[in-house]
Design a binder for this molecule. Structure first.
Ligand SMILES: [Zn+2]
Length: 97
């Protein structure tokens, strides 16, 4: 039986561990806990998947953006136009009431 307090403590260390900022002692504690606690092991996997997704996100790592600068500019401009159009649409709907 694993204590709930230990689960909370280990989960607080997930981010540091994934960012490789945890100490060796903390890492060992996390690994030991994950072996004995399926719930935390699952939470850890989910946490790591999110962290990896974020690391590959263009806003987090602009230099790793797969699109050339011109295309990127166009897609940003398009997003801005789409946002403006949506805002206008909301105003029109509100005024029509
Ligand atoms: Zn746990």
């Amino acid at each position: 039986m694993v204590g709930r307090q230990e689960c909370e403590r280990v989960r607080e260390l997930f981010t540091a561990e994934i960012d490789r900022e945890a100490s060796e002692i903390e890492e060992a504690a996390i690994r030991r806990h994950l072996r004995s606690c399926a719930e935390c092991a699952e939470a850890y996997d989910a946490h790591r998947a999110v962290a990896r997704g974020l690391a590959q996100h263009p806003l987090v790592r602009p230099r790793a953006h797969p699109l050339p600068p011109l295309v990127r500019f166009r897609s940003q401009a398009f997003a801005l136009v789409a946002l403006a159009a949506a805002a206008v649409g909301v105003v029109v709907v509100l005024l029509a009431r």
